[in-house]
Design a protein around this ligand. Sequence first.
Ligand SMILES: NC(=O)c1ccc[n+]([C@@H]2O[C@H](COP(=O)([O-])OP(=O)(O)OC[C@H]3O[C@@H](n4cnc5c(N)ncnc54)[C@H](OP(=O)(O)O)[C@@H]3O)[C@@H](O)[C@H]2O)c1
Length: 248
Amino acid sequence: MSDNISGKVVVITGASSGLGEATAQHLSEQGAIVVLGARRAARIDTLAARIMAKGGQAIAVPTDVTDAAQVQHLVDAALERFARVDVMLNNAGLMPHSPLERRKINDWDRTIDVNIKGVLYGIAAVLPCMQRQRSGHIINVSSVAGHKVGVNNAVYAATKTAVRVISEGLRQEVKPWNLRTTVISPGAVATELPGSVTEPDIARGIGAFYEQFAIPADSFARAVAFAISQPDDVDVNEILFRPTRQEG
Ligand SMILES: NC(=O)c1ccc[n+]([C@@H]2O[C@H](COP(=O)([O-])OP(=O)(O)OC[C@H]3O[C@@H](n4cnc5c(N)ncnc54)[C@H](OP(=O)(O)O)[C@@H]3O)[C@@H](O)[C@H]2O)c1
């Protein structure tokens, strides 16, 4: 059991696969209570059952983060069941890379709705209870793409840059309530994320890149645990990590 993780109520969006799923498992092994949100209800139900079978505590709440009311329902379910929320991990995201000249407007809309608005809705849902508690920790997921833009990822990089900017603004604003904020920017981590690319030629390139470079999802879970496990007067504001072999 790690200090400052055990017993905490942690709400995780995008918990049905990849980084969210790995983090739910890792934190529950450290004694955290996890509240799992994602659209694929069967996946989060199964994960919750797996965690409970190992003696952990978990609930699954089907959630589409593009709907503010559903994100509020996720947080309210955590409050109803466990009476507090200690950590909100705004993790849900997608990465449908393509060159701008292909005018994939539907992909742009979905990326902005999930990656930016979904994070804002998570902040909106959890702030009132954390202000009442005068404690809490909001962790947002950016990316290496939030630090640098390249060809084919302008819209994704813009959303992940927005997540960093929102996180820094939030950090400054929540001081009066003693809240902590962290933004985590991973490099290539092996998840289902490349599956969100809708252009077949781009998907092939990204698939090959991930096959060569990606590291396991527990790398991210450990970064989350590191931030949460610090003493309450230590606020780890930003973590950027890459696979050791990833250059860009
Ligand atoms: N893997 C990487 O290399 C990497 C690098 C940098 C940053 N990231 C970021 O890490 C986060 C997690 O991604 P991942 O790598 O774990 O990919 P993933 O395996 O594809 O997981 C994405 C998660 O987001 C959820 N999601 C997507 N749209 C949603 C919506 N409208 N409402 C609720 N949940 C939604 C998915 O659940 P449902 O489909 O069930 O809703 C899924 O659980 C993303 O923000 C991503 O941008 C990943």
